[in-house]
Design a protein around this ligand. Sequence first.
Ligand code: SAH
Ligand code: SF4
Ligand code: F3S
Length: 466
Amino acid sequence: MEKPFDIQLERLTGQASYSRPAAMNLASSQERGTFFLETFGCQMNDHDSEKVAGVLLARGYRQVETPEAAGLILYNTCSIREKAVQKVFSRLGEYRTKQVEGKIIGVLGCVAQQEGEAIFERAPWVSLVCGSASYRRLPEMIAQLETGNHRVTGLDTDTDETFETEMTRRDNPFRAYLTIIEGCDKSCSYCVVPYTRGPERSRASDSILREVRQLAELGYSEVQLLGQTVNSYADPTPRKMRFAELLLAAAEVPGIRRVRFTTSHPSDFTADIVQAIDSQPKICDHVHLPAQSGSGKVLREMQRTYTREEYLEKIAMIRGARRPIAITTDIIVGFPGETESDFEQTLSLLDEVRYDSLFSFKYSPRPNTAALRMNDPIPEEEKGRRLAVLQEKQREIQTARNLTLIGETVEVLVSGKSRRENQWSGYTSSHRVVNFTSPAKELLGTYVQARVTGATPNSLVGEHAV
Ligand code: SAH
Ligand code: SF4
Ligand code: F3S
């Protein structure tokens, strides 16, 4: 169903007969038709920016490296923690003293959705505020700005549409991101995402697979399926393809060598996903399964919808696979009311699971969330201490795990070349970074076998095995 158009026209500076874009007209001749785009936040934001760039390039814009050289300056923002928001406002604050006349400054993404029109008050030089659920209207909004409208907003999250475009301009030439599900229908009590990205919307399976085939034809060999809860994927077509079936179908596309997916929600993580990984080596042997806490009490208060025991059952299911599967996670420390004993349960979860990698965060109170009203805040200092203890434990676990790989041969998709001669880097299927030596002239984008000769907590060291 088509939803009402929510673009608001605040001030029309152009006249009906005016044919050239007013704002563009003011920008200097070099800046005309140019855009600068900086991205903060998660992979979904990175991928949205690739789509936004594609839409702009298709409209004849040229991308430039600095805001100074651009007529259209866009920030694709993140509001997951307070620090991320501060970073955006500090960027916007730079324009207090900069020459902005004639330039269009836009805020996209999660801060746009969260702060809405308040951004115009804090940074009056901003003229576009648009959240991710409204991106499919971006071309129209930009057209409005080009014809002289002073302020345009796209803040509707009540949409059942996904943002799809034929014009995505991907940054990485080997690995392609592909959003298969947008928004989030969970309601974790600390999290802004359901407010900033709107309700869950899954993309049609045939459209996803068509894009995977196109990507393979363009030379991409790895696709990474994205979603805040990627495994909650619910095919809206009559085919009703399950997530695991989609993984298998993507892996079967000729030319595709790796299918990655992130982020999985433990409650929706089913045995058929493990079976798919087991039966199809092209599906990466890596599951990112955020636990958030090891304490049942904290998990309940976080409204994570699983207990510690249920989470560990999912881990046992993954560990039961015939292929070893790397498991990584996210942990929040210092959630309101988290006692020392709750925190120790998180430490014991690390001992039990022995994650291959972990992202950890100090709890940050966020607007609109249920946890904002919870009592018993943990002092910043204590959150910092817990974070350091957690990270030290994980460092030990990772070092020990990586050391066991010495002597093995791993397959690396080469994605980086060091300035130092003969030094290359890339990722294994299990998402480990490998820095290795090779006398080869060109390896970028190829798959090589590397013999592991050393290990650090965060990467493997190796040499090209020929
Ligand atoms: N959809 C994913 C994660 C999305 S956000 C999931 O369900 O796991 C990425 C990570 O940021 C989360 O896993 C969580 O660990 C962290 N995070 C989210 N909100 C936070 C907050 N208010 N304070 C600190 N960390 C937070
Ligand atoms: Fe946030 Fe929870 Fe949704 Fe993840 S599942 S995006 S943590 S609300
Ligand atoms: Fe940040 Fe929004 Fe992603 S809040 S983590 S950019 S979904």
